[in-house]
Write a new protein. Structure first.
Length: 341
């Protein structure tokens, strides 16, 4: 009986060996140096040993150690063998003169394993940096677009793209700036525009033969024609100031007919305290998106001669800008008589 039991145990042990091998384990990965590194492309390399289980892999990459991108886009099979398999993936659309980090990760039913990080640097010159600036000199039929370019050491070509939406559709003639490393301000004037219309634009720049860099979207509204007659409502408190500092608050709203969307409320209201032709104090306060405004003007000591005049009243003048650049007409100017005791 003992011989039979011993024989059974030996057979069981023999059977268990292949069963343990068949269970497999988490994959093994090795990261290799990138190859075919060029201005806008590179090939990532590595090996994956599935360790006997169906295994998939992906490369992770990015411009920082946080990575953030994967390739291929979908995890790809590395088979189910027990030997290391060479894997690679080609990256395109990279930025020139830029350092990239990358790793490889493999997954099977026993777990996921990621390699450490390696880096490579693309060839070529650094891309230009661009920033779209604010519009200026916005008139009925024209406006000036602006921006800033850092050429990063190479001759840089640029255009302004513009249109009625952020899809643009039109662009200016191409211009260039020399290859400095300092910001270079640029601007172009668009003539022949339609009055009272909203336009979008952005600055676009590139080095010869390299990827294009896009600035952020900006917009402006040309002045309408005929100009709407702005109506300014306002109140000032208190009407009598008794001690220094003399403070007066102003609040109200501005409206035009017709209104041109939010642009009609993109301006400012100016308040001035004057004694005859002498300006004693002033302030500018923005018009809110709902076309209301409020602010405070104050001044401290006044010469005795002026203070004596003010006891009989001081005039406060308000006037408003609409569309960000146009002063309202006579209906947009209000005056109040205040006193200082």
């Amino acid at each position: 009986m003992r011989k039979l039991i011993a024989a059974a145990v030996a057979v069981a042990a023999l059977v268990c060996v292949p069963l343990a091998l068949a269970a497999g384990s988490a994959p093994t990965v090795t990261l290799k140096s990138a190859t075919s590194v060029k201005t806008n492309s590179a090939t990532l390399n590595g090996t994956v040993n599935p360790e006997g289980l169906a295994t998939t892999y992906q490369f992770e990459w990015g411009t920082t150690a946080a990575l953030g991108n994967v390739a291929p886009a979908t995890a790809t099979s590395a088979g189910a063998g027990t030997a290391a398999v060479a894997e690679k993936v080609a990256l395109t659309g990279l930025a020139p003169d830029t350092t990239y980090y990358y790793a490889i990760e493999a997954t099977n039913s026993s777990g996921s394993v990621a390699s450490g990080l390696l880096t490579f640097k693309t060839t070529g010159e650094a891309q230009p940096a661009v920033s779209t600036g604010a519009p200026s000199d916005v008139q009925r039929y024209q406006a000036t677009m602006s921006g800033s370019i850092v050429p990063n050491g190479a001759t840089t070509y640029y255009v302004f793209q513009y249109g009625l939406t952020s899809a643009y559709g039109l662009q200016t003639a191409t211009h260039s700036v020399t290859g400095t490393t300092a910001p270079v301000p640029v601007s172009m004037t668009l003539p022949g525009l339609q009055p009272g219309v909203a336009f979008h634009y952005r600055l676009v720049a590139y080095h010869s033969g390299q990827a294009t860099v896009y600035g952020a979207d900006q917009s402006f509204v040309t002045q309408p024609y005929p100009a709407p007659a702005a109506r300014l409502t306002a109140s000032v408190t208190p009407r009598v100031a008794t001690r220094s500092p003399y403070r007066f608050g102003v609040s109200g709203s501005i409206a035009g007919n017709p209104l041109y969307g939010s642009a009609a409320c993109s301006g400012a209201v100016q308040m001035q305290v004057v004694d005859g032709s002498t300006k004693l104090a002033s302030f500018n306060t923005p018009v809110r998106s709902n076309c209301t405004y409020s602010g405070t003007v104050h001044f401290w000591r006044l010469p005795a001669k002026i203070r004596a005049h003010l006891r009989s009243g001081v005039r406060v003048t308000l006037r408003a800008r609409y569309l960000g650049s146009v002063w309202a007409g006579p209906s947009g100017v209000r005056s109040f008589s205040l006193k200082i005791k």
